[in-house]
Design a binder for this molecule. Sequence first.
Ligand SMILES: Cc1cc2nc3c(=O)[nH]c(=O)nc-3n(C[C@H](O)[C@H](O)[C@H](O)COP(=O)(O)OP(=O)(O)OC[C@H]3O[C@@H](n4cnc5c(N)ncnc54)[C@H](O)[C@@H]3O)c2cc1C
Ligand code: SF4
Length: 549
Amino acid sequence: MENVQREAMDYDVVIVGAGPAGLAAAIRLKQLSPDLTVCLLEKGSEVGAHILSGAVIDPVALNELIPDWKEKGAPLNTPVTEDRFYVLGPSGALRLPNILMPPLMSNHGNYAVSLGNVCRWLAQQAEGLGVEIYPGFACSEVLYRDDGSVKGVVAGVMGIAKDGSHKPDYQPGMELHGKYVFIAEGVRGSLAKEIIAKFNLSEGREPQKFGLGMKELWEVRPEVHRQGQVTHTMGWPLGTKTGGGSFMYHLEDNLVSVGFVVHLNYENPYLFPYMEFQRFKHHPLIENVLKGGRRIAYGARAITEGGFQSVPKLYFPGGALIGCAAGFVNVPRIKGSHNAMKTGMMAAEAAFAALSAGRAGDELSSYEDAYKSSSVYLDLKRVRNVKPMWSKLGLVGGLTLGGLDMWLNQLFGFGLGTWKHGKADYATLKPASQCKPIVYPKPDGEISFDRLTNVAFSATNHEEDEPPHLKLKNPDVPISVNLPTWAEPAQRYCPAGVYEVIEEAGKAPRFQINHQNCVHCKTCDIKDPSQNIIWVVPQGGEGPNYPNM
Ligand SMILES: Cc1cc2nc3c(=O)[nH]c(=O)nc-3n(C[C@H](O)[C@H](O)[C@H](O)COP(=O)(O)OP(=O)(O)OC[C@H]3O[C@@H](n4cnc5c(N)ncnc54)[C@H](O)[C@@H]3O)c2cc1C
Ligand code: SF4
């Protein structure tokens, strides 16, 4: 192995990822002690560039972190005014009366926002308190001390060519050492994956579950815009067996955020999540809003769905997992940002107490204790059965029993036991020979779009000449195993069209990876049935450049 010489910098706390979790942790640390040195590293070209969320946010954690956020100009401008739930059929829609919904599902008091813009604002607050934020710094390696504890990370490696040689702009990167290191990478973090495996943090837990969320931002006609209206749907076009649903949030300035989530435990390898999303937009309930409007941005990101049963051990020697790197999304509410922030704050408090006692590099077990008596724990516990019930009983059974379970939890503090998730998402595909291919309508170019056209609206960019950040453990597997067994599902599950099987007359099929288009959603790392694709960070500043997602 190459012996690389790097400069090192020492901090009290090093945080990987400037999402709501990392930013809240950084702010809390500096609130507790302005003297602490805190460094926050972000792979996006700026804070917010890689943030993709709905988002209707519950301000509970923000109220606690920055009580005067309104006076400080936080971009929470649209209180939710109307909450609608529908079960869709191909052309009709059944509205569920709000009275049937347990109060925990209500969006009263929540705000429709761009989470990316909220993160940009949080970054300003953090910098104002003295946090050092380095955007464009992808953390590519975990560093360990001799005793095995996490010591820091390597970030900012640039200018390596595809063949491994150094280009003129080569930078070896820096070592950032922390007395504690917080991993706040969000869903399926690449360093989190290594740390969870190394320290066996998922032992005794259910496998983490995921969905793939795809989203477009639209500017719609003023006459159909209803600022503050929130709509969630289930059912068509997914059918009753595949889990998922949609959201449509009316923000300010005639902007509407429309998104679709497909649970990644689907079975039919012919399912094409992106095309399900495109088809969904033609439902009259949605098309009537989008018609005559303009799609401004597109993107995709996986979302953690394992919830209560899948939360790993939250600390390891030298640091902690915070936010969706551990997975704190409340699935029926499609909300995780409030819990991401709150877990960041709790980890910060644990680290502050440890540092004040002169400790460093050891286990922050008090963070996990705090989690277990926190609002996050209760939030996840009350809805713990919704996802496994849906997976096992389908839409109708899952919705009915899941609803009953949430009511019981809300009213009496207990539910119908704790259901298991079962298999990990990569293991749920049936062989293609047992499934029917699905024919999708062609996008019309007005309401629905083909993948590559849409990817252009994510402003994604990667160097042509750099080592691939989508690594195949065995390059033969896509064609020799995945193609005959599952009709190589990567061609369809990737929302950016990165993976192609090229079939030319007289030639053997070939697997092609268009890594430049990758929007960093992490679905391939999660869903590849052979677990042969490993997502690692490309050089910093690459990937999507979401303006306000
Ligand atoms: C489609 C969709 C809709 C959603 N809707 C809602 C909603 O309406 N309300 C809600 O509350 N929640 C919603 N969520 C969930 C919410 O977005 C997440 O719970 C929340 O963003 C998690 O925050 P986080 O800070 O843990 O991670 P993230 O927000 O994912 O932030 C992680 C950051 O770390 C960076 N990073 C990752 N790896 C590295 C690395 N190795 N080096 C440097 N930087 C790195 C990333 O670029 C990113 O900026 C939704 C999610 C999706 C996908
Ligand atoms: S290559 Fe993987 S991480 Fe990138 S967009 Fe496609 S599925 Fe998502």
